[in-house]
Design a protein around this ligand. Sequence first.
Ligand SMILES: [Zn+2]
Length: 318
Amino acid sequence: MLARRLPGLLPALSFEEAVEATSIWSVAGRLNPGQGLLPSRPFRAPHHTISVAGLVGGGSPLRPGEISLAHRGVLFMDELPEYGHAALEALRQPLEDGEITLVRAKDRATMPARFMLLGAMNPCPCGHASDPEPDRCICTVPAKESYRRRISGPILDRFDLHIEVGPLRTKDFLGLPQGESSAVIRERVERARQVQRRRFARHPGLHCNAQLTGPALRKLVDASEAARARLARFIDEKNLSARAHDRILKLARTIADLEARDRVEEKDVDGAVQLRCLDRPVRGGPGTGRLTSLQLARNAALNRAPGASPGAILREGT
Ligand SMILES: [Zn+2]
């Protein structure tokens, strides 16, 4: 339920984006007779038993997979560790390139696949590691680590945000104040995107922070010395990759954009680190310790159905 709200928070489809997405749906034979352009960003939620061809495309003749049907929209993978290893690994290249090249016998086709990937997983095999009563989780630390390892490092590295969404009892749920509407949040996102478009006006092909990589990212993100030093310290302490460094810097840039500030400060780095809970090691055995619930996760829970998956990881893509 929470995942399905995501397309409503993203900027409206531009005409060009709508044409691209509709073309793919047309090639896949998914449009109803007489249907015009797709009216909103696609939301796709394939089951974890999906084949590699179903996910990335394939068959004869070649057909687009779910990642292309989700082009310019959201691909939601619930119970992420349950997807086949081959299917998860097949996402690596399209997540980097925004397209997939399919080769089958004599056929070869390159299809667009620029989507926001949203995954959900339990915090541990028994699913209770985030419960307010810590004794409910019966998992050992090795069992928790093994569960996390079902998502390979390279795939995990490609997610910008990891947010823990704790369980919510009905009485808490009913007592929470009404959250912001999707329309209000979307306005804030649109304003941040405008700032980003102005920033990248002289850089063809760039229009939002999600597209920044490597040298361009470090050059175009204006961060204070203190913010850069704080980030470097965190990366060293946690022994994280250069890719994780860039993801956190990019996220800090987006946090500053949402608050209409030109320069990334230490508090933006702190905020970005808080939105990446899987960078922290697994803690606690049965009945001990759990990851701290995050304020954002709490806010997100306002729109969450009781019983939905407690963890969510998110990749910027559109
Ligand atoms: Zn557990």
